[in-house]
Write a protein that binds this ligand. Structure first.
Ligand code: ADP
Length: 429
């Protein structure tokens, strides 16, 4: 195993796994830290945690458990993945988790230094002179300044990271990065002599990511968004270390029916649901009716059963902001969310009992609830549907439990025809 990754949230981990597969690495994503060794022969594993906004001590415990498991699998290099907008607060968790991982790797050569590079140029996240941009806007002027949990009010990542760690934070500037891997290595050596333990790295293009990955090949730990994953995969590929790069995304065809479950209320998902309903069947789940005691699961399945042999169905709670607010006002934000999540997850179980083997799920929290209800503990990453969202195949189910093709989309991802496009890749009516 070449690369062991620790992701601080579920859909961000899928984003990294998707990037590694695009770069030719056969990749598995696990949901939490697995209890047993990995059964399959792959090039990379991404352990998806839910640690981004936990108290730092908890995030550290989870991350160290993931690292210990990855070391047991024989990984050569380790990768701490966080958001490309560097989502964190002065209390953490990027700095504290990085420190803890560095300490735990101290028995390996070069573990006294690591990089921090959230750049993802394809998605408009670039870093120049240590400042992070989203598109043409500084991070602190973007929507991230108002994030409910991790408001980002300073775009200077050296300052942001320095506030989270006792170790010295430095910068590898764009002029060094543009000069190539040897110049970056020289700069790392100089920073080390100056007592720097972590360096923010400027990057504005995919070519920069490859140069950075080349220069970091002897660091046991890198910390980054998903972008550096692309550079690392290319580095391993150029070094002839990938056995079957051409087939990294291969996914066996699954028989069975297909369905879409949507619990996301994002602008993008509302448009995707609207597009689907213009020509295909859908069933709406309403939190107010669930709260009034109606059996929405039974109703949805009775509706879906005769349709499934004919065509894929959509079951959705997706609503516009006005109806969501109305439901939340009556039921409470958390209770409304929970009712819908539990109902959609139970519907997913019932759909699988009725022969569905290909399932698209929209919504980060919704996907988490569905995957848990279906007892899925790991996913083999397949071909990309839209940027950041791949098809996946469930792994390691007990005997008698069917294998599922799953496409798990977080709210704002995907083009307007995402559902039909995803199903066209795996489903022949
Ligand atoms: P996203 O990825 O777009 O954030 P999530 O699934 O993470 O989507 O979050 C959407 C949340 O909204 C979930 O908790 C879901 O149960 C809840 N929800 C879905 N539909 C409704 C609705 N009609 N009214 C209130 N809450 C809803």
């Amino acid at each position: 195993m070449l690369l062991g990754c620790i992701g601080d949230d579920f859909t961000g981990s899928t984003d990294l796994a998707n990037m590694l597969v695009k770069g030719g690495m056969r990749t598995i994503q696990t949901i939490g830290v697995p209890q047993s060794p990995l059964a399959e022969d792959v090039d990379a594993v991404v352990v998806a945690l839910k640690s981004r906004t936990n108290p730092a001590a908890e995030a550290i415990t989870q991350s160290l458990a993931a690292l210990a498991w990855l070391r047991q699998q024989g990984c050569r290099q380790f990768y701490f993945k966080y958001c490309s907008t560097f989502d964190s607060t002065p209390a953490g968790n990027i700095g504290p988790v990085t420190e803890a991982l560095m300490d735990a790797l101290l028995d390996l050569p070069n573990a006294d230094f690591t990089i921090a590079c959230p750049a993802f140029p394809e998605n408009g996240r670039t870093i120049f002179r240590g400042y992070l941009f989203t598109g043409d806007t500084l991070l602190s002027e973007s929507g991230m300044k108002d994030h409910p949990l991790t408001p980002m009010t300073d775009s200077n990542l050296v300052r942001v990271l320095q506030a989270q760690t006792r170790r010295k934070v430095g910068l590898i500037r764009y002029d060094t990065v543009a000069s190539g891997a040897p110049a970056i290595r020289e700069r790392i050596a100089l920073l080390r002599r100056q007592g720097v333990a972590m360096a923010i790295v400027d990057a504005v293009s995919d070519a920069d990511l490859v140069r950075i990955a080349d220069a970091c090949s002897d660091l046991p730990l890198v910390t980054a968004g998903s972008g550096i994953g692309l550079g690392l995969a290319q580095h391993y590929r150029n070094g002839g270390l990938l056995q079957s790069a051409e087939h990294a995304a291969a996914m066996p065809v699954q028989d069975g029916y297909a369905a879409v479950i949507s619990g996301s209320c994002s602008v993008a998902t509302n448009a995707q649901v609207g597009q689907w309903l213009q020509s295909r069947p859908g069933f709406r789940v309403d939190p107010l009716r669930i709260a009034a005691g109606e059996d929405s699961v039974a109703e949805a399945i009775t509706w879906a059963r005769p349709l499934l042999p004919v065509e894929p169905v959509l079951i959705y709670a997706t609503s516009d902001a006005t109806s969501v607010k109305a439901a939340q006002a009556l039921l409470g934000v958390e209770h409304a969310g929970q009712l819908v999540e539990t109902t959609l997850a139970t519907i997913a179980q019932a759909l699988v009992k009725n022969g569905v083997r290909k399932l698209v799920v929209a919504g980060g929290e919704t996907a988490g609830a569905v995957v848990q209800a279906l007892n899925v503990s790991a996913l083999r990453i397949g071909p990309q549907i839209d940027p950041g969202v791949p098809w996946t195949l469930s792994q390691g189910e007990p005997p008698g439990v069917p294998r599922l093709a799953l496409a798990l989309k977080s709210g704002n991802f995907g083009a307007v025809d995402f559902f039909a496009k995803a199903l066209a890749m795996v489903h022949r009516p």
